[in-house]
Design a protein around this ligand. Structure first.
Ligand SMILES: Nc1ncnc2c1ncn2[C@@H]1O[C@H](COP(=O)(O)OP(=O)(O)OP(=O)(O)O)[C@@H](O)[C@H]1O
Ligand SMILES: [Mg+2]
Length: 474
């Protein structure tokens, strides 16, 4: 009993548990997998596939808790431990039924935790026709075709703490579709693809690297060889959030929580094992939120990578860590450059910025650039007592810049409104300079000064615009 209870608490998430059941269907050659959940009171979830099915001996073997990790496996098998079916199911439910058809023979078996508890007998129940009649969806598995039905009932762990089961299940299914689309992306697309439906809705492939978006930066590819087996590593820098399609922006891994999804995406036999995180080699930095690295590990290296039984976590072997650190440095460098370019912190010979980032005492702060022609011009025009007030106001502007607010909004990828000045507004600004008089109002000195500052730096024929505005006064 303790074994059962501890098996139940290995910490599967709902999504990971379902993916484990789907693994088995794909490994059995299924082309269509239908996941059907009772959406009213969440009394069951059923998984129906058209794979090879199992003979009754095999089905019995499959339900044994001991597992069959030592069986001969092909290198493309998604299974590894011989445990998934039982641990994944019992982590979510108290009653697991398996009905399978192989060459016209139907076998139906069940693990029922309550039955084990009541009878004290550790036995798999064989279901007869009468039992089968009350197994949800069992009527959909015909004896004329091979296939397997896995049914979870008494979903106590799944619904633990949930208020409204219908609401809970619909939210779970929504998230599940995204998860399955991500984990099985490469099975869902292309020729020979597998079709997965969740309550009738087809699961669409989800590409974590947005390879279809022309703004995604890929490469360079690196390969790492361990014990004669090659691990292929492909770094990607996703487009800036502003270059995402509106559909992609709604994706849970690309919207506000994009930052949490940076890192390594590890695949084993085309199936995604772990997504995101830098294996403790780097932080989930805001500046590197667009960096994702695809890693393909051959199943021969399972044990070195410490693949866990939930198939949702791996740890790179020591030999990889230093190499990965370099790769991270490389790829996150690209991501940071993308932001710095947009951040554009200091003055250059061709531009004078109003704001400056000043690095000092191991940190940084922002300041208003006193060399900016507008500021400098205003300063020289003011009498000393007013100049002091201007100085203070500029310092206050810099000091109380709402940086935390900006940070949160940017992390959230909220679209920032960029103001473009129309020509009428530019003229109005020039008039203000003209009418204020002083050194700046001299059009000969003004034009070269304005060429280096926003918003005038983008005006094509600044010379004529200034001439026209000054002409108005003659
Ligand atoms: N849908 C299915 N169709 C056909 N055979 C299945 C199906 N599900 C499970 N099996 C059989 O049951 C066996 C046990 O499955 P289980 O998921 O417990 O272990 P596994 O897939 O071998 O390894 P892992 O623990 O890594 O998942 C599988 O090896 C497979 O032979
Ligand atoms: Mg399995």
């Amino acid at each position: 009993m303790e074994l059962l209870e501890s098996m139940r608490s290995v910490g599967y998430s709902f999504d990971a548990a379902v993916a484990d059941i789907v693994d088995n269907s794909i490994a059995a050659g299924a082309r269509k997998i239908q996941i059907v959940a009772d959406s009213i009171d969440a009394s069951y979830i059923a998984f129906l596939d058209d794979g090879d099915g199992m003979t009754s001996d095999k089905a019995r073997e499959a339900l044994k808790l001991a597992g069959t990790s030592r069986v001969e496996r092909t290198t493309t098998d998604l299974g590894r431990f011989g445990l998934g079916l039982k641990t994944a199911s019992l982590s979510q439910c108290r009653r697991l039924s398996v009905v399978t058809v192989r060459d016209g023979v139907r076998s139906a078996l069940q693990w029922d935790i309550d039955h084990v508890r009541q009878t004290g007998s550790w036995s798999i129940r064989v279901l007869d026709d009468q039992d089968l009649a009350v197994i949800p969806q069992a009527d959909r598995l015909s004896v004329d075709e091979n296939g397997t039905l896995v049914v979870w009932q008494a979903l106590d762990y799944l619904l633990a703490g949930a208020g409204d089961p219908a609401l809970e299940i619909s939210e779970r299914l929504q998230h599940l579709r995204h998860h399955l689309g991500l984990v099985f992306q490469r099975f869902l697309e292309g020729r020979d693809s597998v079709r997965i439906e969740v309550n009738g809705v087809v699961v669409a492939p989800v590409d974590p690297f947005l390879e279809g978006n022309s703004k995604t930066q890929a490469g360079p590819r690196e390969t790492v060889v361990i014990d004669g087996h090659t691990v292929v590593v492909d770094p990607f820098t996703l487009p800036h959030p502003s270059a995402l399609s509106s559909r992609d922006r709604k994706r849970s891994d690309l919207g506000p929580s994009m930052r949490d999804h940076q890192g390594f995406y590890v695949y084993r036999n085309k199936r995604l094992i772990s997504h995101g995180g830098w294996f403790g080699l780097s932080k989930l930095d805001e500046l590197t939120k667009q960096s994702r690295v695809r890693v393909e590990i051959p199943p021969e290296l399972d044990s070195q990578w410490q693949l866990d039984i939930k198939k949702s976590r791996v740890e790179p072997p020591q030999a990889f860590r230093s190499r990965f650190r370099q790769i991270i440095e490389h790829v996150t460098g690209g991501s940071k450059r993308l932001h710095r370019f947009r951040g554009r912190a200091t003055s250059t010979p061709h531009a004078v910025y109003l704001w400056q980032a000043i690095e000092e005492r191991g940190g940084y702060r922002y300041a208003i650039n006193r060399e900016h022609p507008m500021i400098a011009g205003l300063q020289t025009q003011l009498p000393p007592e007013k100049r002091r007030l201007l100085e203070q106001t500029l310092d206050d502007l810099a000091t109380y810049f709402p940086a935390p607010d900006l940070y949160v909004r940017m992390a959230d990828s909220q679209p920032r409104i960029e103001i473009q000045f129309a020509e009428a507004e530019l003229r109005e600004r020039l008039r203000a300079i003209r009418d204020a008089g002083g050194a700046l109002a001299d059009p000969v000195a003004l034009v070269p000064a304005l060429r280096r500052v926003e918003p005038f730096n983008n005006v094509e024929d600044l010379q004529s615009l200034v001439a026209e505005v000054w002409e108005e006064n003659r």
